[in-house]
Design a protein around this ligand. Structure first.
Ligand code: HAM
Length: 431
């Protein structure tokens, strides 16, 4: 076998590419990708309607940006795609959306409250399985600069309404409060001493977390650990008056707008920056192991951790792949029909197809055409596959007489011949 310049073998080139999308990643192809476009547009509509503006920030940051989120979680300690660039800078691909938005806030200091939304890939070196990828995609919002519990309600309601708009019905909202940073610290101590007493009852893999990151033990899905922590102290029992008041306002706010929820004192979430309200939306239509379709909460210390002034913040992220799996499971939010209205079939050389498709597109009509001077049969097959409702057909006769044939591909109206100059008007009436 000989090597080509790019290092591929000729053998491989002869027998198809040796390359596949990397483990834990997937290609999203048409027509499925049409659903992604519709999904992100619907999310954009909900977010902009509530005053959130789109933020694009770099896909990679100095690794410190992510380390400042707290080193207690696997996401930061073990799963980051980090690398040295050619200038020897230590960078990492974003494992989630919040840290970059907060870094941008500290850098640009926009007026508050600063409300942004995003749709972004996120990278985590996790063990891939259904609903869990090494590159996944999130839509999310972040609202920075207000500690008002009504903002928590707004953010939760935004995501809840978005799921309703997708057509999802089997979604449960669970909420909790992590309290103030001091409440959180005190709870970690209480939990640690509880876990130390029961070390032998925990699953062996979870024992090492007790000393440095006891809250992560509550995240464990291992049956042995779940049983051992069933009577762990509840964070809600040790909240300060300030945290209780905040949480009460969030709950009464949700009650007043008819958003149902369950309080789950063990909901600690898989990232370290949360204070006060945390929440997750879980799907009853997915396997319990990966059933969290969206989650978020307050992070009142994160702006400071990234070098800004003390500033509260709250947001959520929701995994596009996981939500779409849920849509499949519930049979809602189908792949939209292909986007073509008219397919131009030209067996008189192709120049008419060139002119007509362009004219139709400029008039706002979605049009495609055949290429490569293929036979009538082959172009008609492409027309059927395109999903178009109408075919415009030009053969030698039509070319000679300045006419076209307009054929209904659904077979409802048959076909008619008309002057080329009347085509646009006719289509406007029909579509
Ligand atoms: P997270 O819970 O780590 O939170 O991720 C948010 C959502 O992304 C999850 O609920 C899940 O739907 C999806 N997700 C996470 N990891 C994967 C994966 N490996 N494969 C597929 N989907 C995944 C955050 O990332 C926070 N930044 C959310 C937030 C925003 N909190 C405050 N503001």
């Amino acid at each position: 076998m000989t090597e080509s310049a790019s290092g591929e073998t000729e053998q491989a080139a002869l027998h198809g590419s040796p390359f596949k999308a990397p483990t834990g990643t997937r290609d999203v192809l048409p027509p499925e990708s049409g659903r992604w476009v519709a999904f992100v547009s619907l999310f954009a509509e909900h977010a902009t309607r509530a005053g959130y503006g789109l933020i694009h920030s770099p896909m990679f940051e100095e690794i410190g940006v992510f380390r400042r989120m707290g080193e207690g979680t696997d996401v930061v300690r073990k799963e980051m795609y980090d690398f040295l660039d050619k200038g020897n800078r230590h960078l990492a691909l974003r494992p989630e959306g919040t840290a970059s938005v907060v870094r941008a806030f500290v850098q640009h200091r926009p007026p508050t409250p600063w409300k942004t939304w995003y749709a972004t890939p996120s990278f985590r070196y996790e063990r891939p399985q259904a609903g869990r990828y090494r590159q996944h995609h999130q839509v999310g919002v972040e609202a920075i600069g207000s500690a008002d519990p009504d903002l928590d309600v707004e953010v939760i309601a935004l995501l809840s309404d978005f799921y309703v708009a997708l057509g999802l019905r089997q979604v449960e909202l669970v909420i909790n409060s992590m309290g103030t940073p001091a409440d959180r610290r005190a709870y970690v101590e209480r939990l640690r001493s509880f876990l130390v007493d029961r070390l032998g009852e925990l699953a062996p893999e979870d024992r090492e977390k007790v000393e440095a990151h006891p809250m992560r033990v509550l995240d464990s899905k291992r049956a042995q650990t779940v049983a051992a922590v069933a009577d762990a102290p509840s964070i809600l029992d040790g909240l300060s008056d300030e945290a209780v008041a905040h949480f009460d306002r969030v709950r009464s706010g949700l009650d007043s707008i008819g958003i149902g929820y369950r309080v789950e004192p063990r909901l600690v979430r898989g990232l370290d920056y949360y204070t006060h309200t945390t929440f997750e939306f879980r799907s009853g239509a997915l396997d319990a192991a990966q059933n969290t379709i969206g989650g978020g909460g307050r992070y009142d210390g994160l702006v400071e951790a990234l070098g800004g002034p003390p500033t509260p913040g709250i947001g959520f992220g929701s995994g596009i792949e996981r939500v779409l799996l849920t849509c499949d499971a519930e049979g809602v939010f189908d792949v939209p029909p292909a986007g073509i209205d008219v397919f131009v079939v030209d067996v008189a050389g192709g120049e008419h197809a060139r002119a007509i498709t362009l004219e139709l597109r400029r008039a706002g009509i979605r049009a495609d055409r055949g290429f490569d001077r293929r036979s009538m049969k082959s172009q008609m097959k492409s027309a059927d596959r395109s999903g178009a409702v109408w075919a415009v057909i030009i053969g030698d006769d039509e070319a000679a007489t300045g006419t076209v044939i307009l054929r209904d591909l659904r077979g409802e109206h048959g076909q008619e011949r008309l002057a080329r100059t009347e085509l646009l008007d006719r289509l406007h009436k029909l579509l």
